[in-house]
Design a protein around this ligand. Structure first.
Ligand code: 0O2
Length: 270
């Protein structure tokens, strides 16, 4: 048999995982920048270990030359959402992207695995550019809530510990815990709007403060220093009130002042 150059084989998959993480993290950033609730809470990824690839190939009788086609999760990305509803949103974001093509899906939310495992999996085609040119490869994207992830992480460790021979009493406890996770996700869904409102307000406040301070800094360079000190004092007073409406009003007024100075600076430059 031909020698397998694992490092070269896995190199494009390393790149794919890195790129996919950057792209999904950027989706979080874009939502935050636009004061929008992000359906993605967290992203992580990994390239499957050689031992895990070999184990899967043995278990599924996959010949070496079919590895890249049939081991679909050599590149794996995990997307964690806060709420079950967000999973669908993330799936449609992926569906609408031009750089990812969905090959197949496994919906373990509708069809819960016997173990109690719940998650939504997509296999996508994704192209990376390597020194040998473009390479189209497959990647698995697992989308699940924080609660589902908590359960799956613990269960995965126990599976590893017992190597497919889990004692009945442990499996029963895990099954009960899986039911508790379903209830927890349902409970959280019922307060989703309140939680989202709170998170949006906090993000909005943080963006407003960032913009206000940037404006104050710019004004400091252009206008009367004593005036700017007064504006800063006023900002601190408004900030202490913890009233988002007042902060928004202050932001608007400051924008008008800053706009005036920018116009003046431009006409002076001419
Ligand atoms: P890793 O890299 O350790 O996560 P399979 O035949 O079940 O091995 P298949 O048919 O390729 O895998 O796809 P499936 O069922 O969608 O499973 C792919 C991955 O989903 C698994 O990867 C796990 O990460 C996760 N998964 C599936 N079922 C379970 C489960 O019952 N419990 C937990 N904790 N995770 C599960 P691998 O292959 O285990 O590798």
């Amino acid at each position: 048999m031909e020698i397998q150059l694992w490092r070269s084989i896995l190199c494009p998959y390393e790149l794919a995982v890195k790129e996919l993480i950057v792209k999904f993290e950027h989706i979080i950033t874009e939502h935050k920048l636009n004061d929008l609730y992000s359906p993605i809470e967290q992203v992580s990824g990994r390239v499957k270990s050689v031992s895990s690839i070999l184990e899967k190939m043995q278990r599924k009788h996959i010949p070496m030359e079919r590895m890249e086609e049939e081991v679909e999760d050599i590149a794996g990305v995990r997307i964690i959402c806060q709420f079950e509803e967000d999973i669908e949103t993330v799936a449609s974001i992926i569906q609408n992207r031009s750089d990812m093509t969905i090959k197949s899906e496994k919906n373990y939310l509708k069809h819960i695995k016997q173990s109690g495992y719940r998650s939504y999996h997509l296999i996508i085609y994704y192209t990376v550019d390597t020194i040998d040119g473009p390479k189209k490869l497959q990647a698995e994207i697992q989308i699940r809530t924080m609660a589902m992830n908590f359960w799956a992480t613990i269960e995965h460790s126990l599976q590893y510990k017992y190597k497919g021979d889990m004692p009945v009493h442990v499996a029963e406890r895990l099954s009960k815990a899986a039911d508790a996770i379903i209830s927890l996700d349902k409970e959280m869904a019922s307060v989703r709007n309140e939680i989202m409102d709170a998170q949006n307000s906090s993000q909005m406040q943080s963006n407003l403060v960032r913009d206000i301070l940037l404006n104050i800094e710019n004004l400091y360079k252009l206008s009367n220093k004593r005036e700017v000190t007064k504006i800063q004092d006023e900002f601190l007073r408004v900030f202490k009130t913890k009233d988002l409406k007042q902060l928004e009003r202050f932001h608007r007024q400051l924008d008008i002042i800053a706009e005036g100075y920018r116009a003046q600076a431009v006409s002076n430059d001419l």
